[in-house]
Design a protein around this ligand. Structure first.
Ligand code: ADP
Ligand code: MG
Length: 263
């Protein structure tokens, strides 16, 4: 199986990009898929949610340094940490904060993530999911240049709809500029759903369903999500029988990662 290259992208903050990356990735790992998560946000929420250490730019290679200075296969492999069976992570580092500024002066500035992650293509990963920071900048261009698939986490908020229009326009522009095919959109995941809805939230929810991209997941607000994070686990490890774990499984099926027959 060729590794799927997935960007979890939305320039809006707090829509559960990190949470979706974490628990979708955990679900895939629990189903025997060797999965690599990449924390491309300097805040490192994905890294800390899994209780992994950030990489230290003063002690060795980081993803940002590899992108800026280049690296070989051994260098790329040195970025990867094992969290648990089938689940691997390239942790965040503080130098991701200055990465966009430093990338601007480089040639082929939007190709650099591809250069690094392609070095890991032969390591048997089935899926690679990149958790992006909430921005549309040269670092997100790097993710789009690399990605074969895009999954868009949203929340039930009016601004989610505006943010999505901007995001789709950015992808289209980049594809045209780089003469690359557009990535395949898996669809939208609506996160942090808190029912019963007010009339206003119902309207926004309906408007999200009316968007041109399919809704492939609906994840309710649950304390188990916060509890799993406190333990450094994915929901598939912490509470595999919970409704929210099942909803991440449904997402994995509907978005096309796992077969329809998944239990
Ligand atoms: P983003 O990466 O888009 O900024 P996060 O994944 O960090 O968003 O989510 C924002 C906050 O919402 C975090 O504190 C996260 O733990 C919480 N959260 C996300 N999804 C859920 C959920 N389904 N249930 C409860 N809390 C959630
Ligand atoms: Mg995040």
């Amino acid at each position: 199986m060729v590794m799927t290259r997935d960007a979890l992208l939305n320039q809006k903050g707090g829509v559960a990009k990190t949470t979706t990356t974490l628990h979708l990735g955990g679900t895939l790992a629990a189903h025997g898929r060797k999965t690599l998560l990449v924390d491309l946000d300097g805040q490192g929420n994905l890294t800390t949610a899994l209780k992994l250490d950030r990489l230290n730019p003063r002690e060795g290679l980081t993803l940002a340094r590899a992108m800026l200075e280049g690296c070989d296969r051994a260098g790329a492999r040195s970025l990867v940490r094992r969290h648990s069976e089938n689940l691997y992570v390239i942790p965040s580092a503080l130098d991701l904060f200055t990465l966009p500024r430093n990338l601007h002066s480089k040639r082929s500035s939007e190709e650099r993530l591809t250069w690094v992650l392609e070095l890991l293509e032969e390591d048997g990963f089935d899926h690679c999911l990149v958790d992006c920071r909430p921005a549309l900048d040269v670092d997100t261009d790097n993710v789009l240049r690399w990605a074969s698939h895009v999954l868009i986490p949203v929340d039930v908020d009016e601004f989610s709809i505006e943010a999505l229009e901007l995001l789709l326009a950015q992808v289209q522009t980049l594809a045209a500029e780089t003469r690359m095919p557009q990535p395949h959109y898996r669809g939208l995941v609506i996160n942090r759903i808190d029912r019963p809805f007010s009339g206003f939230h119902q309207k926004v929810y309906d408007a999200i369903h009316a968007l041109p991209l399919p809704v492939v997941g609906e994840i309710p607000l649950r304390t188990a999500v916060a509890e799993a994070k406190n333990r450094g686990q994915t929901i598939a490890q912490y509470e595999p029988r919970s409704d929210v774990a099942r909803m991440f499984r449904d997402l994995a099926v509907k978005a096309g990662y796992l077969p329809e027959t998944t239990p």
